[in-house]
Design a protein around this ligand. Structure first.
Ligand code: ADP
Ligand code: ADP
Length: 223
């Protein structure tokens, strides 16, 4: 079943730049979809529109499950955007805290999530003590702690070295296989999109152009 569909979604900015002309795209429940294309083709804009962070100028997002309402969403940016003075534990607790869950109530979930992203034992560390890859793991844990149905990732591993990126790719895939949240993953790496995705959406090189092509099945074993 489809989780959401972009219907003739377009975006022009006040400065006259057309980032997206008109996109039609359906994303299935449990899919791992890559939005693949070069810098400036509108990938981040499409992702931000799905997240509700940017309004489209034309078209709409059709939420097809959950009675037309946007489901819970986790967002992972390229920059980890962690609270620098807060511990790893507190960074991951934050989304639950905002929902009124106390530290002690949250503890089993936070500790469990840190184990899932291979950060057991780093609860008390602060971000500046961590490598780039570890900070990214904290960001992923923070995004997943509320158990979102949809995880949006904007070039999350682009700034990391290749070995770290491979490890994170492997670990993300394992989390996705176990939990089956839906992922929309923005990348300009063909390699990464093929390794990760159940589906690749290729976006055209020039900003403002429509999708050249949609939905190449990467052939990844689904179960
Ligand atoms: P990508 O993620 O593929 O690199 P973006 O979605 O970030 O592409 O950007 C698509 C186009 O829209 C680019 O030409 C970019 O410069 C432009 N753009 C993005 N955000 C804004 C903005 N807030 N104001 C004006 N132009 C923007
Ligand atoms: P093959 O040649 O058999 O297709 P590769 O040489 O592409 O395999 O990859 C060998 C191993 O490296 C894979 O089993 C995988 O675990 C790992 N690997 C390859 N690409 C990636 C990636 N983008 N991220 C993480 N691991 C990767």
């Amino acid at each position: 079943a489809a989780l959401l569909a972009l219907r003739s979604v377009g975006k022009s900015f006040p400065n006259g730049v057309t980032a997206l002309r008109s996109i039609d795209l359906s994303i299935g429940e449990g899919d791992f979809v890559s939005l693949l294309g070069p810098s400036g083709c509108g990938k981040s804009t499409a992702l931000r529109i799905i997240a509700g962070l940017t309004m489209p100028t034309t078209g709409m997002i059709d939420w097809q499950s959950g009675a037309g309402r946007q489901p819970s969403i986790g967002f992972v940016f390229q920059e980890p955007t962690l609270l620098p003075w807060a511990s790893v534990f507190d960074n991951v607790w934050l989304p639950l805290r905002l929902k009124g869950v106390s530290r002690s109530e949250a503890a089993p979930a936070v500790t469990g999530m840190l184990e899932r992203v291979n950060l057991a034992g780093f609860e008390k560390s602060v971000p500046r003590e961590l490598s780039g890859g570890m900070k990214m793991r904290v960001s992923i844990a923070r995004a997943l702690i509320t158990r979102p149905r949809l995880l949006l990732m904007d070039e999350p591993f682009a700034a990391l070295d290749e070995i770290t990126r491979f490890q994170l790719n492997d670990d993300l895939l394992e989390l996705w296989r176990e939990e089956r949240f839906t992922v929309v993953f923005v990348t300009h790496s063909v390699f990464e999109s093929v390794f990760l995705s159940s589906r690749i959406v290729v976006m055209a090189a020039r900003p403002g152009r429509v999708f050249e092509e949609v939905a190449v099945d990467a052939g990844y074993p689904r179960d």
